[in-house]
Design a protein around this ligand. Sequence first.
Ligand SMILES: NC(=O)c1ccc[n+]([C@@H]2O[C@H](COP(=O)([O-])OP(=O)(O)OC[C@H]3O[C@@H](n4cnc5c(N)ncnc54)[C@H](OP(=O)(O)O)[C@@H]3O)[C@@H](O)[C@H]2O)c1
Length: 309
Amino acid sequence: MPPSTFTLNNGQKIPAIGLGTWQSPPGQVKSAVSYALQNGYKLIDGAYCYANEDEVGQGLAAAFEKGVKREDVFVVTKVWTTYNTRVEVGLDKSLKSLGLDYVDLFLVHWPLLMNPDGDDDRFPKKADGSRDIIHDYNHVDTWKQMEALLATGKTKAIGVCNYSKRYLEQLLPHAKVIPAVNQIENHPALPQQEIVDYCREKGIHVMAYSPLGSTGGPLMTAEPVVKIAEKHGVKPSTVLLSYHAPRESIVIPKSVTPERIKENLQLIDLDDEDQKLLREYSDKLTAEGKLQRFVYPPFGVDFGFPDKS
Ligand SMILES: NC(=O)c1ccc[n+]([C@@H]2O[C@H](COP(=O)([O-])OP(=O)(O)OC[C@H]3O[C@@H](n4cnc5c(N)ncnc54)[C@H](OP(=O)(O)O)[C@@H]3O)[C@@H](O)[C@H]2O)c1
């Protein structure tokens, strides 16, 4: 059986699988969160940017009313790019929406700064319609603020998202606290092995997002995934989610559909042959320059990912 928890570099236990909430629509995310927590999930991944944290908070409250204990839930949220020069303000907003006095893990969502005083709280634009990005910005400064948050007790751990090896190499020499987690897009069509290996070497846990290929789960039709699913008599989604345990990565599939939420918890052990097949698939896509990155907002910034640089 795949492990149910991992241990972060600060000693904190973290569930190996959690529920994602990006694009979980209002009217559905409350029940998705509440249902998940009452059906075995112990980790919820959210973000200020998803504009649904009030409802995620309602889902948490509904689960707590049904007997789920706060200390048994690992809550993750992220500081959005318009708050990267004032991370505590960002965290306070999320805590208020979530109805919590602390989160378990607070992440930098993207290492860039969008104008904190722009024309929109989340996606400010310039007069010409382009994204209002402040280019005179150093992501290390945001990390310094993240480190200071630990003393407030408002988060138990801190980490990053969307950090390439190049960005981690810029950050780590200045870090007093090594990020506990790097949340990145990760699946057999974007293995990001370079980052996964580097994170492991540095004691940073990878949290794999968009494990099914994001909206609509397009990777569920990938040939080796279907083949392995048929061999084990499981759904392709199960294969994609089970890909991460041998890599010691946490995985956070999103669903608002009760039966999918439940089935996504049922991970299997992929044998050596399965893992080899998926590795060969990844290697072939890499060699052909056909890796698939499904989530890459048009910031116009080089984040140092080899497939985008
Ligand atoms: N840090 C970042 O920058 C970042 C970026 C992207 C994502 N994330 C996090 O990672 C989470 C997951 O990524 P994601 O939302 O992009 O995509 P995902 O989890 O790869 O895929 C979600 C899609 O797959 C469908 N689905 C889920 N389980 C299924 C199943 N068993 N069978 C068939 N279809 C299924 C969902 O549909 P239904 O919901 O309709 O069931 C939805 O359309 C996000 O929600 C978010 O929390 C973080």
